[in-house]
Design a protein around this ligand. Structure first.
Ligand code: ADP
Length: 579
């Protein structure tokens, strides 16, 4: 039976019981009221009539009845004759009639009248007694009816109450329990636990619901297993790809637990995969140098000795995000040993060539100086011009080879710094002297601002002067003729000494600013006279950073550029930080 029909049947049954209970109450109330009416009509009135007739006799006091008394008596007697209800009442009333008739006769003697009075009184008493008995018996019957009614109504009421009570107790559970169970199962399903089954044995809507739910979870289970199988397959495939890579790859979750490490990573770290995955990376890092370096250091390039050989790697850390939230990271160590070896070979080659070129170029310069000397021989003006051109080219060649040599020195890690305490003024003087002629040729004014009260700096005088010359030479090179270049030395915010060179040339486009210190980078659009090797700023950066300083640039197109670098001052922890 469906729940709808069960509800209908239950409520109808309750309604029927209530109806029966009401019907019984009405029936018994009617019966009781009929009994009361019968007592009133049948017996109470007779008692009234006999009482009236008795009163008439009392008034007559054993004398013949007056006319009026006879009329009252007769009137009540007639009414009594029409209200005969009890067995034996008819005979008594007829006797009363006959005695009354005799009393109304005129020839009665007083003794006769007295006797008739007494007979009539007796008859009246009998009739009254008969009706009183009837009243009592009817009252008893009415009482019994009332008791019976009470019993019956109480009985049906109790049944009604019991049924209603069991309905109230059981029905909410009947509806709510399956819904509660269903809710719990749905919650489990929403937590991806699809092994859920509902066991409603009934044939109603709940039974149907259970079947539908069980079908759904079975399908979800099926889907999940097939999905899981494909996810596992994909996982296997990705693992195979990751393992076959020559780069070391380590995956961490957001709490720094290792999720995976490929074979190369395991070899480099020196631990099998089982001892890595699932473990807290900082714990392993306490005993493993490489992992500690990977987690703590920000060095982009590292040399690792593993598998009996030395290899070079670059480190890259990729943040894994999901819905704008970082859920982990992947550390990739790219094996660059091959490129590193090629790079080293290239650097060595450049160093050798530059070194080998320096001597012939210097001797060319020497020879040019000799040729220019009038003691060797006169040269005409065209020849002199040609000699000047060759000298300028030789100067540039020497500068280029010098820069290439410096670069090779930096790249091979052979950069030697000779630290000493020196006043910024000395660095500024050397640089300004070196570029005086160049500035004059272009009619560029060098404005120098370097307070004598500034403290000494802890620096390599040659390298720092080289940097300042480079910045000044660039500033002059990229300035318009007859413009001004400001060289300012002052204390920086973090109490270091800042050297800055400001020109009012064409400036540098914002998009190139971040690349300006890269090796061989040149801003596109420079004239042939301006352009150099693109190494000057890269070497300057290496020289300054090797002295624990910072180098930077600010520039606006059309407004010129400001290049600056900082050095540690003496008395500011510089000595401790240097070497
Ligand atoms: P280069 O030898 O070419 O001057 P640098 O490393 O010194 O190499 O400079 C790199 C590039 O930066 C230059 O090619 C030039 O385009 C740009 N540059 C450097 N200084 C300035 C400056 N003061 N104003 C404009 N551009 C500059």
């Amino acid at each position: 039976m469906t729940i709808k029909n069960k509800l209908r049947a239950g409520i109808s049954f309750l309604f029927l019981l209530a109806l029966i209970s009401c019907g019984l109450s009405i029936y018994f109330l009617n019966r009781l009221s009929a009994d009361a009416r019968a007592i009133l009509k049948d017996n109470y009135k007779t008692v009234q009539f006999t009482k009236n007739m008795g009163s008439v006799l009392e008034l007559a006091q054993s004398a013949p009845l007056s006319q009026q008394q006879a009329a009252i008596f007769n009137d009540n007697l007639v009414k009594q004759e029409h209200n005969i209800t009890e067995h034996g009442e008819r005979q008594l009333t007829d006797s009363l009639r006959s005695k009354y008739e005799q009393l109304t006769l005129k020839r009665n003697s007083p003794a006769n009248i007295m006797e008739l009075h007494s007979d009539i009184k007796k008859l009246l008493y009998d009739i009254m007694q008969l009706n009183m008995n009837a009243i009592e018996s009817k009252y008893a019957t009415a009482n019994a009816t009332a008791d019976h009614a009470t019993m019956l109504v109480a009985f049906t009421g109790s049944i009604l109450f019991l049924v209603a009570f069991s309905f109230v107790v059981n029905f909410p559970g009947y509806i709510a329990n399956p819904i509660k169970e269903l809710t719990e199962r749905i919650k489990a399903v929403s937590n991806r636990d699809y092994h859920q089954e509902l066991n409603f044995e009934s044939n109603d809507e709940f039974g149907e619901l259970a079947t539908a739910f069980n079908n759904m979870t079975a399908k979800l289970n099926e889907y999940e297993s097939s999905n899981l199988a494909s996810i596992l397959f994909e996982k296997k495939r990705i693992e195979t790809i990751i393992n076959s890579m020559h780069d070391a790859i380590i995956g961490l979750d957001e709490k720094s637990f290792i999720i995976f490490a490929n074979e190369v990573a395991c070899t480099l770290i020196g631990l099998p995969e089982q001892q890595l995955t699932g473990r807290y990376a900082p714990d392993i890092a306490m005993e493993n140098d490489l992992l500690r370096n990977l987690l703590v250091n920000n060095q982009p390039k590292m040399k690792i000795y593993a598998d009996n050989r030395e290899s070079f790697y670059t480190k890259e850390v990729l943040a894994v995000t999901s819905k704008d939230k970082v859920v982990g990271s992947v550390i990739i160590l790219k094996n660059i040993t091959e490129y590193q070896q090629l790079d080293e070979a290239k650097t060595n080659f450049i160093a050798t060539i530059s070194h080998e070129l320096k001597t012939p170029i210097s001797s060319i310069k020497m020879s040019l100086k000799l040729l220019e000397d009038d003691r060797i021989g006169e040269v005409n003006s065209e020849q002199r011009q040609l000699l000047e051109n060759i000298e300028e080219d030789a100067r540039r060649l020497l500068q280029i080879t010098g820069e290439l040599l410096d670069m090779a020195q930096v790249e091979t890690g052979k950069l030697q710094l000779n630290f000493g305490s020196t006043h910024p003024h000395n660095i500024v003087d050397y640089a300004v002297k070196a570029l005086k002629t160049t500035a004059e040729q272009k009619q560029v004014t060098l404005n120098v601002e370097c307070d004598e009260t500034l403290p000494d700096v802890h620096a390599d005088l040659d390298k720092t002067t080289w940097v300042l010359i480079n910045l000044l030479s660039n500033a002059i090179k990229y300035s318009h003729e007859k413009s001004v270049v400001d060289l300012v030395v002052k204390k920086s915010k973090n109490n270091e000494i800042e050297f800055s060179v400001r020109d009012h040339g064409r400036g540098i486009d914002q998009r190139y600013l971040s690349r300006i210190f890269e090796r061989y980078f040149k801003v596109p659009g420079a004239t042939t006279e301006q352009t150099g090797t693109g190494l000057g700023l890269a070497i300057a950066k290496d020289f300054i950073e090797a002295q624990a300083g910072k180098i930077g640039v600010e520039s606006e197109i059309g407004d010129g550029s400001r290049f600056y670098f900082t050095l540690k001052r003496i008395g500011n922890g510089a000595l401790a930080n240097a070497s």
